[in-house]
Design a protein around this ligand. Structure first.
Ligand code: BGC
Length: 768
């Protein structure tokens, strides 16, 4: 474990004591978001130490021209990047003319950060001895409003402890920002207008190339001992920056505070000519409401998120803190109301992965959103890919595929591929399968088959076409093979017959054919429309059948397990337990070729297939494959521990399941992979939720019914979670000897518990 400074607490993330080395990691961990925008926990006041500045607006990106050593045909022209957006949180502070800068203070006492997840706010407090010997106590509270998602609020309080002083606050807006991650060191924003109106400041800027227009805005109010002051700020404007200066004299012990209201409005939600007005409207309503009322509103908004999404754990504070952190971050990142948006692997906590959409959404995030939000949220996530179908077809065409075959991008903002490492862009094609898995999961869970005739079937046909063209017949084997791929395990590239890829390809074809039959029978007019649109013929379907029947799966007679790929057994097989700690994580210690030659697996690969298609295999099969592959897995992708936790639980190995659970839930809090300063791992956080619900709770959908196989880790008194299942809410509480189910709904729900049918009547708790 790399770090251990976050204090255990049921509802808050706490840090105590200032350590400059931890600033960037804490900037990630204490990040804020409200689905529409987000920001790292950068200090408001100037900080000359190492910091990674980041504020982001959902959906606003820049196509950064691809930079590679050797250009390969088929590479995308650009990598879409979420942008560091104009800074509205900044407030520089001067005491008797000296800048408050935590990097230069003589002493910092009682430094404390709290991210209060229950109520949705972040607070930082400290007492600092400044170079001029003044002792200042500072407390800053900040939140991004869930209810008014264009607004953020800051309360910056200062008290000079050892004398009278002049305190100057300089709230500012700055659009002269850059990205940490930029291929050509270019600027991504062009400032269009810098405007002030009394105490209000507005900067309108547009992104280059994509031309998103965003107006950042601010207004502040000064308070002394809790009473509003009418201080006229002086104003300094630069090309890309507006600074207001509030100066006030305070006596020793007097508290002075600046309330700053700010945020963004963009042309994703307003007409361009209306942006200034829209920003003014946000300020009109929020400044008059004031900090306290807005904070109260925030608490209520988060209470209603938690009402449905919370998982409570009795008897294990670290486990509790972990899961709440994950649920909190997921809700900060994506709330599901806007089908244009999606869930970037780092959410609003960093720039890595470009804020773009990965297969993570379909493979890991859908179950969480499906069960903790209204059903239309998961449908929105599926629709996002339906809306990108034409682009996925274009993408496949660029690579030489035809006839409407689609390859969904590995990474995207707008449906176009933006990943540019050949072994992933061209070869990590298994991602196509996850699109179909997500559709199946949605239909099985919600019972809403209508998505398939309306949208899903077109996606499935295009994907089946891709697999048909990507597989080729091997005369030697008399089988269809898929050559030159990268499986989910990115520590092997350009391998032949990755079992997971071959398996999911066959399954996609089978599921598409089964869905076609059902649509033909039950949705005749949709069937006709889809055949007309796609030109699908019986001959083509005949070709699919042949591939499905003759797909090749590498298998080892010696170990009686499917092989990750054709030549896996040529590798030297040495379990991870024999690898010294000094060599790990191998992706930071070893050369790439050494990693590729080794038997070490980054994340679930064959086991990912056993996770998706668990019901195709026996428990003994799972056990054999788990025992073969897990010991070779280094779990250097955040997506890895959760799948293994679920499988260990299914095998009744609770100690191991618990270890993986802690690793997935505290991956960032404890920084297992030594990289949290780059941002948090948001998409795998949905995997943490699955580790409890599907792992410990054993939740599955079996023939349209919820089924449970509850288990509980040693030392836990109980845990509970809620599921929105087909518009009824089922609450599950698991304790060592009993599980209770309570239904908030109107119709009796028949569920399975350890395979036995149990009827749950509305509002009548049942204990098994
Ligand atoms: C994983 C991928 C994942 C990506 C984004 C990579 O490290 O190997 O499976 O899609 O991170 O989370």
């Amino acid at each position: 474990m790399n770090q251990d400074y976050i204090k255990p607490n049921n509802w808050s993330i706490l840090e105590e004591g200032f350590d400059a080395e931890r600033v960037e990691a804490s900037e990630s961990l204490f990040s804020l978001g409200n689905g529409a925008m987000g920001q790292r926990a950068n200090f408001e006041e100037y900080y000359s130490g190492d910091t990674f500045q980041g504020s982001y607006i959902a959906g606003v990106y820049y196509p950064d021209k691809t930079k590679v050593g050797w250009w390969k045909n088929g590479y995308p022209e650009y990598f879409a990047k979420v942008l560091n957006a104009p800074n509205w949180i900044g407030i520089n502070v001067f005491i008797n003319g000296e800048a408050l800068d935590l990097a230069t203070c003589k002493e910092i006492k009682d430094f404390r950060r709290e991210l209060n997840m229950k109520e949705g706010w972040y607070e930082r407090s400290f007492t600092a001895v400044m170079p001029n010997e003044l002792v200042v106590a500072v407390k800053v509270t900040r939140f991004l409003s869930l209810k008014r998602n264009e607004l953020g609020v800051i309360n910056y309080e200062v008290e000079v402890k050892n004398g009278d002083a002049t305190v100057i606050f300089e709230p500012y807006l700055d659009s002269g920002i850059t990205n940490e991650d930029a291929n050509w060191e270019e600027k991504f924003w062009e400032t269009l207008e810098v405007k002030t109106d009394g105490e209000r400041g507005f900067i309108t800027a547009k992104t280059l190339k994509t031309e998103f227009h965003a107006t950042s805005f601010m207004q502040s109010r000064l308070f002394k001992n809790g009473r509003g002051q009418s201080v006229e700020p002086t104003e300094v404007n630069f090309d890309e920056k507006i600074i207001f200066r509030y100066s006030t004299d305070v006596k020793k012990g007097e508290k002075v505070a600046l309330h700053k209201f700010g945020g963004y409005v963009t042309d994703m939600n307003h007409k361009r000519p209306d942006l200034l007005n829209a920003a003014s409207t946000v300020l009109d309503t929020s400044v008059s409401a004031g900090f306290e009322k807005l904070l109260q509103e925030q608490k209520e908004a988060w209470a209603s998120v938690w009402e449905m999404a919370d998982i409570s754990i009795e008897g294990d504070v670290k486990a509790q803190q972990g899961i709440r952190f994950n649920i909190f971050q997921l809700n900060q990142t994506y709330l599901g109301e806007d089908a244009r948006l999606n869930i970037g692997p780092k959410g609003f906590t960093g720039e890595k992965y470009g804020g773009s959409t990965y297969w993570d959404t379909e493979a890991y995030c859908i179950p969480f959103y499906m069960a903790t939000k209204d059903q239309h949220v998961a449908r929105n996530l599926l629709t996002y890919r339906y809306n990108h179908l034409d682009k996925a077809i274009e993408n496949a065409k660029k690579l030489g595929f035809s006839n409407g075959a689609a390859l969904y991008p590995m990474v995207t903002m707008n449906g176009e591929e933006s990943h540019n490492e050949w072994e992933i862009t061209f070869e990590e094609i298994h991602r196509n399968g996850a699109m179909v898995v997500a559709i199946k999961r949605y239909v099985d869970y919600t019972g809403d088959f209508s998505y398939i005739p309306e949208k899903g079937l077109e996606v499935m046909i295009a994907i089946a076409r891709f697999w048909q063209q990507r597989a080729n017949y091997s005369t030697k084997k008399d089988k269809f093979v898929i050559l030159g791929v990268t499986g989910p395990n990115e520590y092997e590239n350009n391998v032949n017959n990755n079992w997971y890829t071959n398996y999911i390809a066959k399954w996609c074809i089978d599921y598409c054919m089964a869905s076609l039959e059902k649509v033909e029978k039950e949705y005749t007019s949709d069937h006709k429309r889809i055949l007309d649109k796609t030109g699908l013929s019986d001959t083509e379907i005949g070709g699919w059948k042949e591939i499905s029947e003759k797909m090749y799966f590498p298998y080892s007679e010696e170990y009686k397990v499917f092989m990750q790929q054709d030549s896996f057994l040529d590798k030297e097989i040495i379990p991870v337990s024999e690898l010294s700690a000094s060599q790990r994580p191998i992706n930071q210690k070893w050369s790439w070729d050494r990693i590729l030659r080794s038997c070490y697996i980054k994340q679930a690969d064959v086991l990912q297939g056993f996770y998706f298609f668990e019901d195709h295999f026996s428990k003994e099969d799972l056990e054999k494959h788990f025992d073969f592959y897990e010991p070779l897995t280094v779990h250097e992708s955040s997506l890895s521990p959760c799948v293994h936790s679920i499988q260990a639980a299914a095998l009744g190995r609770m100690e191991q399941a618990y270890k993986f659970y802690l690793r997935t839930s505290r991956l960032d809090l404890d920084d297992y992979n030594n990289e949290v300063k780059e941002g948090c791992h948001i998409t795998s956080m949905a995997g943490t939720w699955m580790s409890i619900v599907e792992g410990f709770g054993g939740m599955r959908v079996v023939d349209g019914k919820l089924s449970f196989n509850p288990r509980i880790p040693d030392g836990w008194e109980s845990y509970s979670f809620k599921l929105n299942f087909r518009n009824q809410i089922l609450k599950i509480n698991v304790a060592p000897q009993k599980t209770s189910f309570t239904l908030e709904g109107n119709e009796t729900l028949e569920i399975l518990v350890k395979g036995n049918p149990v009827k749950v009547e509305p509002s009548v708790p049942v204990t098994v």
